[in-house]
Write a protein that binds this ligand. Structure first.
Ligand code: AP5
Ligand code: ZN
Length: 234
């Protein structure tokens, strides 16, 4: 059972994923969280990913495909998994299909959290996270019980380096060009681009054709979004 999701930055995927994970006993694989941990630990992967992440650009397909392939081997992922932030390009989606086919499973559902860009800046700039668990808080929309402190562990919360209005612009640009369908966009993480027309399609198109996309209203409250998520997965 596999449930990847495609959503823009700040749309609530990191907020909803832990709820889905607990409800369906899945593992939660968030490429952004894994990459940030690698950057903090200064591993070879982290050193390669750091610059693109801080600029709000996508890291290379090969790097993220490698970390997902490794993560899918974890015993805790054998009952199913939710992918958060992956796949973000068609190259990644195709590689995911191959990885899943080798394991005899397939994508069950793709959750598309539709939201207006204008809402995202306030969400992103007010976010505080607990890095080791990936839990997200918001000073206004989801405040912790004690400011700056994780509700569960009592450890300090931090702000992400890429959570500024300026870097958000680049992150949204990457999302609109490489993940969301936009008609005539031509920049892709691959070489096959034909005279102003997308030659291999966008991630959401890719999954729409497979009939697995559920469109949600991500501008609603976290609780309302949870209801929609559960309905889409039921
Ligand atoms: P990643 O960590 O995936 O970041 P992102 O896509 O920018 O998404 P966010 O984590 O910002 O958003 P979210 O939807 O999780 O929001 P959250 O629930 O926390 O990726 C970071 C970087 O890593 C990328 O830029 C790229 O460089 C690299 N990367 C990762 N994956 C990659 C891949 N596959 N390929 C290439 N590169 C990759 O919510 C945001 C805030 O809003 C929180 O404060 C929350 O409390 C609040 N909130 C949530 N829901 C609601 C609601 N319904 N109402 C009000 N507030 C809400
Ligand atoms: Zn996230």
């Amino acid at each position: 059972q596999t449930k990847p999701d495609k959503r823009p930055p700040g749309s609530g995927k990191g907020t909803q994923s832990p709820i889905v994970k607990d409800e369906y006993c899945l593992c939660h694989l968030a490429t952004g969280d894994m990459l940030r941990a690698a950057v903090t630990a200064k591993t070879p992967l982290g050193i390669k990913a750091k610059e693109a992440m801080e600029k709000g650009e996508l890291v290379s397909d090969d790097l993220v495909i490698g970390i997902i392939d490794d993560a899918l081997k974890k015993p805790s992922c054998q009952k199913g998994f939710i992918l958060d932030g992956f796949p973000r390009t068609v190259v990644q989606a195709k590689k995911l299909d191959e990885m899943l086919a080798r394991r005899g499973v397939k994508v069950d559902k793709v959750l598309n959290f539709a939201i207006d860009d204008a809402i995202l800046e306030e969400r992103i700039t007010g976010r505080w996270i607990h890095p080791s668990s990936g839990r997200s808080y918001h000073t206004k929309f989801a405040p912790p019980k004690v400011p700056g402190v994780d509700d569960v562990t009592g450890e300090s919360l931090i702000q992400r380096k890429d959570d500024t209005a300026a870097v958000l612009k680049s992150r949204l640009e990457a999302f609109h060009k490489q993940t969301k369908p936009l008609g005539k966009f031509i920049k892709l993480n691959c070489n096959s681009v034909v005279a102003g027309k997308v030659s291999i399609g966008m991630v959401i198109d890719y999954y729409s054709k497979l009939g697995v996309v559920a469109n949600l209203h991500a501008e609603k409250t976290p609780q309302e979004v949870t209801v929609e998520v559960k309905k889409a997965l039921s």
